[in-house]
Design a protein around this ligand. Structure first.
Ligand code: ATP
Ligand code: MG
Length: 171
C-alpha cells in the first residue's frame, strides 16, 4: 500500500482552508483539491508491505508530540509539479524537528525516504496552467495541527483517495 505521514486537519479546518483559497484558485485555474483531501505531508513512504505496519506504528509512537502552530500566510506556485500550495512563511522549529525525527526514524528502519529539504505545504490545486508569483493569504490561516496521521493513498477517479489509518494527537 501507498503510505505517507501527514499533519491532518479536522473537517472544519479543511472547509475553512477551502473557502479561503477559492478566489485565488479561481484566478489560477487548474484542478482544485477537494476539502477532505487537504493535508500537510510530513514524510512520503510510497509502497510499503502490509507486514511493516507495526514498525510504522511504533515509529509514530516514539515521535515528539509537541504542539505545532502554523500561520499559513501565502499561496505559492511551484512550477515543476505545476501546483499551487498554502505555505507558512515562517517554518516553526518544532515542525522542522518533527519532520527530521520522522525522516531519521524511517531511514534507520530501512524505509526509502525523501532527501530533499522539507518544505511544508498544503497542495490546493494541481495542473495549474499559468506561472504566478506568491500571493498573500489574508486573513492569515492560523492553525494548531491536531494530529499526526499515517495515511493510505489510493488512486481514485477524481484524484487520490486517502484513508487515515492511525492518528497521534499533538500537544
Ligand atoms: P495523485 O498523485 O493521485 O495526483 P497525490 O499526489 O495527492 O495525488 P500521492 O501521490 O499518493 O497522492 O501522495 C500523497 C502525499 O504525498 C501528497 O501530499 C503528495 O504531495 C506527497 N508526495 C507524493 N510523492 C512524494 C514524493 N516523492 N516526495 C514527497 N512527497 C510526496
Ligand atoms: Mg502524487
Amino acid at each position: 500500500m501507498r503510505l505517507f505521514f501527514a499533519l491532518w486537519p479536522d473537517a472544519s479546518t479543511q472547509l475553512e482552508w477551502e473557502r479561503a483559497v477559492a478566489p485565488l484558485q479561481a484566478t489560477l485555474g487548474g484542478r482544485r483539491i477537494p476539502a477532505a483531501n487537504l493535508h500537510l505531508t510530513l514524510a512520503f513512504l510510497g509502497e510499503v508491505r502490509g507486514d511493516r505496519m507495526n514498525e510504522l506504528l511504533r515509529l509514530g509512537d516514539d515521535l515528539d508530540r509537541s504542539p505545532v502552530f502554523l500561520r499559513l500566510d501565502r499561496i505559492e506556485y511551484w512550477k515543476k509539479p505545476g501546483l499551487a500550495c498554502l505555505r507558512p512563511t515562517e517554518v516553526p522549529l518544532v515542525l522542522e524537528r518533527l519532520a527530521g525525527q520522522l525522516q531519521t526514524g524511517l531511514s534507520l528502519a530501512g524505509f526509502a525516504v525523501e532527501h530533499r529539504h522539507f518544505k511544508p505545504h498544503v497542495t490546493v490545486s494541481r495542473d495549474v496552467p499559468i506561472a504566478t508569483a506568491s500571493l498573500p493569504v489574508w486573513p492569515v490561516l492560523e492553525w494548531s495541527a491536531p494530529v499526526i496521521a499515517l495515511v493510505r493513498s489510493r488512486p481514485g477517479p477524481a484524484g487520490a483517495d486517502y484513508a487515515v489509518l492511525h492518528e497521534w494527537p499533538l500537544g
